[in-house]
Design a protein around this ligand. Structure first.
Ligand code: GLY
Ligand code: MN
Length: 442
């Protein structure tokens, strides 16, 4: 397994900016990187750049701002970065600084961040609109509003904008939805590391183990290989905790006879995997656990089998729901409401979330799931999760009461190829006996 964080070539960011500049036409875009947020006073905290800013620059220093001007003849991409500062760098590490930034990042103009207030009005003058996410950064927000107010005052005489604000996602979400070869490589690396983490966790499973110990075993693998971090707070949910969809306390001891639902994955080179497996604590599924488990795994397989270029993403969910509904019926648990399985209120009690979300720089990546009022057809380069589940809460009644406390989710990461799909996380077993065997290998 390659253990190095993927370092994309600088060219790819220039190419992406060129595409955005073409799309912008008469408009401009202002993209602030995420600010450096600290939890406790002066303590440093790990910094994770804003995904949109990173997507267009490959630059991961806090507090930068990128201005793109589709309409301009010069300074089409201007970058504002933190200035060099000996004292700040003594504490916080080396900064690139505006002089080196232009050469390294290939922007047309680079300035110290403090000059943004002075430059922004002029940079935006003549743009028809500004693509900017209102509220994303209070300081930049004020400056953009100021530029708009100025333009409104002047525009009445000169007939020039900018006169409106559009969310940058209108351009960037669509681009990010289709992954290029380098992004797919990053996602593969994140998936491989995630699989290694799950294997390490499975080796630690035993009655009496703490959820936090399992989390530590998994995340230690992430840290050891490429210094990766969890892509989202790791969910290690034993027993009925598995029925809490985003359980993240991880403070309970797992007991014999229970399941542990582990929804945890690595972020490597800023790209995220998202993987869930459900393990029996003592290495063997009970007959009831196995019955539910096999339904969920069949739903997972059916959903992946349904996916292909041109197939609407809603069909993937539909395929999973059909298997879950039928499987519940086979357990004596009615889950139909008469219409389509995916519209069944009764099923929603046991499967209250969607089967899929996009995956990329963010674990819940950007992109609309519908276009023109219909479900979006899958296209080559899209990456999404397939994560059916069944959850029987402690207060389950009637025929479902027998399964109370069982929560099972199984999640793979899937790439749409030219002719079908590829399961990027297929190497981590899902089949019940294979999961037992995986744990037997400890
Ligand atoms: N892995 C968490 C989620 O997909 O919501
Ligand atoms: Mn997910």
């Amino acid at each position: 397994m390659s253990t190095n964080a993927f370092e994309p070539a600088a060219n790819i960011f220039r190419e992406r900016r060129a595409l955005v500049l073409d799309e912008l036409g008469d408009a401009a875009m202002v993209l602030p990187a995420a600010a450096d947020a600290c939890r406790r006073g002066a303590d440093p905290c790990p910094y994770r750049p804003d995904s949109e800013f990173f997507y267009l620059t490959g630059f991961a220093e806090p507090g930068s701002v990128l201005v793109l001007r589709g309409f301009a003849g010069s300074k089409r991409s201007a970058l504002f970065v933190r200035p060099r500062d000996a004292t700040a760098e003594l504490w916080g590490g080396k900064r690139l600084g505006p002089e080196a930034a232009c050469e390294r990042l290939g922007a047309d103009a680079c300035h110290p961040l403090g000059e943004l207030g002075r430059e922004l009005g002029a940079l935006l003058r003549g743009a028809s609109h500004v693509f900017f996410r209102l509220g994303s950064d209070p300081w930049v927000d004020r400056l953009v509003r100021g530029a708009l107010a100025q333009a409104r005052a002047r525009g009445a005489r000169k007939g020039v904008g900018p006169r409106g604000v559009i969310d940058p996602g209108a351009i960037l979400d669509e681009m990010r939805l289709r992954k290029d070869a380098g992004e797919v490589e990053s996602l593969r690396s994140a998936a491989a590391l995630t699989i290694a983490g799950h294997r390490a966790l499975a080796a630690e499973l035993r009655p009496g183990v703490g959820e936090w110990e399992l989390q530590a075993a998994l995340e230690a693998v992430f840290r050891r290989h490429g210094g990766a971090t969890p892509a989202y707070p790791s969910i290690v949910a034993s027993g009925a905790n598995a029925c809490v969809l985003h359980y993240a306390e991880n403070r309970r001891w797992a007991r014999a006879g229970e399941l542990v639902l582990v929804d945890a994955a690595a972020e490597l080179g800023h790209y995220c995997a998202d993987v869930t497996r459900t393990y029996p604590v003592d290495g063997r599924f009970t007959p009831d656990q196995r019955a539910v488990y096999e339904i969920v795994d069949e739903a997972r397989a059916a959903a992946i089998a349904a996916a292909a270029p041109g197939v609407p993403v809603s069909s993937v969910h539909g395929a999973a729901c059909a298997v879950l509904t039928k499987g519940l019926a086979s357990l004596g648990v009615p889950a139909t409401s008469g219409g389509k399985p995916e519209e069944s209120e009764a099923l929603r009690r046991f499967f209250p979330h969607q089967t899929s979300h996009w995956l990329g720089l963010d674990a819940h990546d950007v992109g609309d799931y519908g276009v023109d009022g219909a479900s979006r057809p899958l296209e080559e380069g899209m990456v999404f999760t397939v994560e059916p589940g069944l959850y029987f809460h402690g207060d389950a009644v009637g025929s479902a009461a027998r399964f109370a406390g069982i929560g099972i989710r199984i999640e793979d990461d899937v790439l749409v190829t030219a002719s079908g799909v590829e399961n990027l996380t297929a190497e981590l077993p899902t089949e019940a006996s294979a999961v037992e065997a995986l744990m037997g290998a400890r």
